[in-house]
Design a protein around this ligand. Structure first.
Ligand code: ADP
Length: 484
């Protein structure tokens, strides 16, 4: 398998490695730079604490063995050596220490201009403590060359004075630094290992759903609309997956629609063309000399041509509406009058079917495109006529309230099944695919009505019960233009 250096896995590894390495380097740097000053401060603080403890004891009247033991332990435990002299230079307390050869109390030390060996000539050293207390001097160890702190303090009690002298190294010993560095090395290795394991885990969590989505997208590109992008990963990836699923659904619908469209258009155009051709040939070969037959055949040709004309007009109207190139020609108009004009246009069909048309109309002025709204009412009413039996009742109701007006076209015809209802507004959708072809049935009427109502931002809908009838409705807001 080819290794992908630009892939998420490798990049995540690299970033995690870089991140943990830089953290460890920073930590190492701080350790190396800060360990010495930190150690120095700690020593100075320790010396202060020991000095205060011993001073407290000397000022106490009832010092117990236990107190003295505890001070001795603190001194040993903190790498300090100590001695207490009285006024006469006699050592009254010289506990064992852990510094051993490093302790400067019995070595030659230089403080200021003078050189001392403290425990050989304590009085000489006590002299400077008398003048400067507490005394803090930095001297160098003859053995290690490391800096040592020499501390002296005069402690006055009610009866006598004492001189406390403490000594401790100010630099950590090499072994101590080595120990810390060893620990640091182990910690660094552990941190980097944990970072790498986390990187592998994270890279998998991120890359696996993306790889899956890529494979699904490849299938989609091959025209397979049954793909599913859904993943259970980070929310951003889940969002992307559901967007892609959504887009796939829509693509699939568009694809179905396209297939439907091609099938319907070719069928709808082919059928009238076949009829026209057949009837023209009949006139040529058979009925040419028979005026009655010839007129009958010519009527069929005219009817089919009208259908083709209506189909072409509807198709162009719908595509203009859907592409948004159409500009609405809004104006104030009387909706009641508009409905009456549509009824007049369809009066012949109403009459032929002997339909009982009930008009229940309010006076109401709306601000909309009158021609387009007439077309919607025309489509609703002509469908009501088409899909109702002779002698049935159709009601057109138009009721207005303060803000809006609702128009309903109610028929008691075929009705529409629940399964078909969501699709009737799609173009070329016909519930009954074998319904007799007629000039008025292009399958585009409701799609055009829907497009018109949507450009008007109007609410619309249908309620229908199979074999009982349907109510097609829309609502227009009454925001008419005051200036008109
Ligand atoms: P058509 O030209 O076929 O009437 P439409 O777009 O106007 O096309 O309507 C789409 C389909 O919706 C129709 O084929 C019919 O099946 C159904 N339909 C529309 N109006 C009604 C109605 N009032 N009653 C029953 N079915 C209807």
């Amino acid at each position: 398998m080819k290794f992908n250096f630009k892939g998420i896995s490798f990049s995540t590894w690299l970033y995690f490695l870089g991140f943990s390495l830089s953290i460890m380097l920073l930590l190492g740097f701080l350790l190396v730079v800060l360990i010495k000053p930190y150690y120095r401060n700690d020593r100075i603080r320790t010396i202060d604490v020991i000095s205060d403890t011993i001073e407290g004891l000397l000022l106490k009247s009832d010092v117990t063995e236990k107190d003295i033991e505890s001070v001795g332990r603190t001194i040993i435990g903190n790498n300090v050596c100590a001695i207490i002299y009285n006024e006469n230079g006699k050592s009254i307390y010289y506990p064992p220490d852990s510094l051993g050869q490093l302790c400067m109390l019995d070595k030659q030390v230089t403080v200021g201009e003078q050189t001392y060996i403290i425990n050989q000539d304590p009085l000489k050293f006590i002299e400077i403590i008398k003048h400067e207390s507490p005394l803090s001097a930095i001297v160098n160890s003859q053995y290690t060359g490391a800096e040592m702190l020499l501390y002296g303090k005069l402690i006055r009690t009610n009866l006598v004075n004492y001189y406390l002298i403490l000594n401790t190294p100010l630099e950590p010993v090499e072994s101590y630094i080595d120990f810390i560095m060893n620990q640091y090395f182990y910690i660094a290795v552990i941190v980097i290992l944990i970072a790498l394991v986390l990187a592998v885990f994270l890279a998998r969590r991120i890359s696996q759903p993306i790889v899956k989505m890529k494979n699904e997208a490849n299938k989609l590109a091959q025209g397979d609309y049954g793909v599913e992008f859904k993943t259970d990963s980070f929310s951003e990836i889940n969002d992307l997956a559901s967007t892609l699923d959504d887009a796939t659904n829509k693509l699939s619908k568009v694809n179905d629609l396209r297939k439907d469209l091609v099938a319907n258009v070719s069928h709808d155009i082919k059928t009238p063309l076949t009829m026209i051709k057949a009837y023209a040939e009949m006139i040529k070969d058979i009925s040419g000399e028979n005026p009655v037959k010839r007129n009958e055949h010519l009527d069929v040709i005219i009817k089919e041509t009208e259908y083709l004309d209506k189909l072409a007009t509807d198709m162009s109207e719908l595509s203009k509406l859907q592409s948004g190139v159409i500009e609405l020609n809004r104006d104030n108009f009387d909706l009641k009058e508009c409905i009456n004009k549509v009824v007049l246009l369809l009066s012949q069909a109403i009459h032929e079917k002997n339909v009982n048309l009930v008009l229940d109309l309010d006076d109401c002025v709306v601000y909309a495109d009158e021609t387009k709204i007439s077309q919607v009412i025309y489509n609703f009413l002509s469908n009501a006529l088409k899909y109702s039996d002779d002698d049935s009742t159709i009601i057109i109701r138009e009721h207005a309230d303060e803000e809006k007006v609702k128009v309903e076209v109610i028929d008691h015809g075929n009705g529409i099944s629940e399964e078909a209802l969501p699709y009737i507004w799609d173009r070329y959708y016909k519930v009954d695919k074998n319904f007799n072809r007629s000039v008025n049935s292009t399958g585009l009427g409701l799609a055009i009505a829907k497009a018109i109502l949507e450009v008007h931002k109007a609410r619309y809908g249908v309620a229908s019960v199979l074999n009982e009838g349907s109510t097609f409705w829309f609502e227009l807001s009454k925001d008419y233009d005051e200036q008109d």
